[in-house]
Design a protein around this ligand. Structure first.
Ligand SMILES: [Zn+2]
Length: 534
């Protein structure tokens, strides 16, 4: 007697071998049997006639770290077939906290919440333990953020670390590797991660070598500076002895169209000479990041309160405007490549009337210069805002997507469990809802790779690259993470005006043997667990 039996599906097992028709049985959280026909009974039998049965998809770039404090249904991921998220990206992780973060949390949270947060976010070890005690809809794996390590050791200083400060960062990184993190991530456009030099990063990643830890990086520039930024990431891995994962690989700036050919050649050349390099990507031509992070980081030295003071000063506003558009070599703002009319506000909790409008639109409506509209909305929201930047070309997106060493990374996070309105206008990026479905759909329609290769890339290849053991295949004895979908009918309906619309074509999702999605709808089941580097 099995728990679940999936019958008559086309089994695409993640290995890349030809798909075949058969049945798949699940018992006690594991895949118990895969065979052309299974006759034994099961508590629940699902007919997958006309559907594909694959391993659950891996989102290699998520920001769902704070789910460790709250728990999460992860429904927006489950409903796109994702059964594993890899969080802690772009240089930022909750642990270890800095003195400033501790003081902020103490001021903001009630005493009980604060005590709970502080106990969990104190060190990589306490965070990993908290994650293992928490419940999630999907499995979770973690990187530790280099920005967080640096903030603890140096605060928001742009100085080079002293020997003692480097020791603190290295010790915390070793602790993270011992605790089962996959590696360290940097976010070299975000303060304080951005203040690290190439040499500092090499020195830091060196300590991961005995663990095989990965250096993941949101690189220093993704447009005019993208080639040298990819080269920097590869050099850090090469000299620091770490495999490299380039985060959300893209080419910003429509005038840079075609540069992806050079980037992929850099990646191929590095692999040919023995430095392991991968990348991840979300399948959209608009990026998204906090609006404050598009202000050149020299204006963020000292932290957000100091930035807010600077934004009030008309002369500094003009300097910021000049810097965004003329000091691109120093810092590449997404506003430079998107323009004010391509900069859409998607998160502004204190001024919701601005959500779903561009900075250019707000400026015209209020009779202001765009730079003043930008600074005023930042001030009105204490700089806590999210933007979307329309700044890339589809040709580069597809070329990057077709590369075998590029995985899927949504670069988004779990939605709150009180479900949002699927038809809500604005307020997000479709990548949080539909990244895997859109990737599969584009790969299918542009014939970038076969179904078997497409599934392998989204599952086993990603798990192998990240060092997650026994994961990403439909294999007897392995955890039953399964996605049943209709390949021909997969369709991402979410767009920038309706970023929450549900995708079509995902039928069932199993997480560790538990049915988590039925007929495309998440059931609120939290069967995920923490996956650690072997
Ligand atoms: Zn990033």
């Amino acid at each position: 007697m099995y728990d679940i039996l999936i019958k008559n599906g086309l089994i695409v097992d993640g290995s890349g071998k030809p798909a075949f028709y058969g049945d798949l049985a699940v018992k006690d959280g594991k895949i118990a049997k895969i065979a052309p026909s299974i006759q034994e009974s099961a508590d629940e039998v699902m007919d997958a006639s006309g559907l594909q049965v694959a391993p659950g998809f891996i989102d290699n770039h998520s920001h769902s770290d704070s789910s460790v404090f709250t728990g999460s249904d992860s429904y927006n991921y489950l409903e796109q077939g994702v059964t594993t998220q890899v969080a802690g990206q772009c240089g930022s992780s909750p642990a270890p906290y800095s003195e400033t973060e501790l003081a902020d949390a103490k001021a903001k949270l009630d005493p009980e919440e604060f005590a709970c947060w502080a106990a969990k976010a104190q060190t990589p070890t306490t965070f990993m333990k908290a994650a293992e005690e928490q419940t999630f809809g999907t499995n979770m794996a973690f990187f530790i953020g280099q920005g967080s390590l640096r903030e603890k050791a140096l605060g928001y200083s742009d100085a080079a670390p002293t020997k003692e400060q480097m020791d603190i960062m290295q010790k915390d990184l070793i602790e993270a590797m011992e605790a089962g993190y996959l590696g360290v991530s940097s976010g070299l456009v975000y303060a304080p991660s951005v203040y690290a030099s190439t040499e500092e990063l090499i020195e830091l990643v060196k300590v991961m070598k005995p663990y095989g830890g990965i250096y993941a990086s949101h690189i220093r520039g993704e447009g005019d500076n993208v080639l040298r930024s990819v080269q920097e990431a590869i050099r850090i891995g090469e000299e620091g002895g770490a495999p490299v994962l380039i985060s959300h690989l893209k080419v910003m700036g429509k005038h840079n169209e075609g540069t992806s050919q050079k980037l992929l050649k850099e990646i191929d050349d590095a692999n040919a000479r023995g430095t392991t390099v991968w990348a991840d990507q979300y399948p959209y031509t608009a990026s998204s990041a906090p609006l404050s992070s598009q202000i050149p980081p020299k204006y963020l030295v000292g932290g957000i309160p100091v930035l807010l003071e600077r934004l009030k000063n008309p002369e500094i506003r003009q300097q910021i405007l000049y810097s965004i558009f003329h000091e691109v070599n120093e810092f590449e703002s997404a506003i430079y490549s998107a323009g004010f009319d391509g900069t859409l506000i998607v998160g502004a909790s204190k001024t919701p009337e601005y959500v779903n409008k561009t900075i250019g639109q707000i400026a015209r409506e209020e009779g202001k210069e765009p730079i003043d509209a930008l600074c005023d909305v930042l001030l009105a929201n204490d700089a806590s805002m999210q933007g979307v930047y329309f700044n890339q070309c589809a040709s580069d997106l597809l070329r990057i997507m077709a590369h075998p060493r590029v995985f899927l990374g949504s670069d988004w996070s779990d939605y709150p469990d009180s479900k949002v309105d699927y038809e809500q206008a604005g307020g997000g990026h479709p990548r949080g809802t539909a990244s895997t479905v859109r990737r599969l759909e584009l790969v299918r329609d542009f014939r970038l790779r076969t179904l078997e290769d497409s599934v392998k890339n989204l599952t086993y290849d990603t798990a192998q690259a990240m060092g997650i053991p026994e994961h990403g295949l439909l294999k007897e004895g392995w955890d039953a993470n399964v996605c049943v979908f209709d390949y021909d009918r997969l369709h991402a309906t979410a767009d920038f005006a309706h970023p929450y619309r549900q995708s079509q074509g995902i039928h069932y999702v199993l997480v560790n043997g538990k049915l988590a999605v039925r007929d495309g709808k998440a059931l609120g089941v939290r069967a995920g667990k923490v996956l650690k580097r072997k």
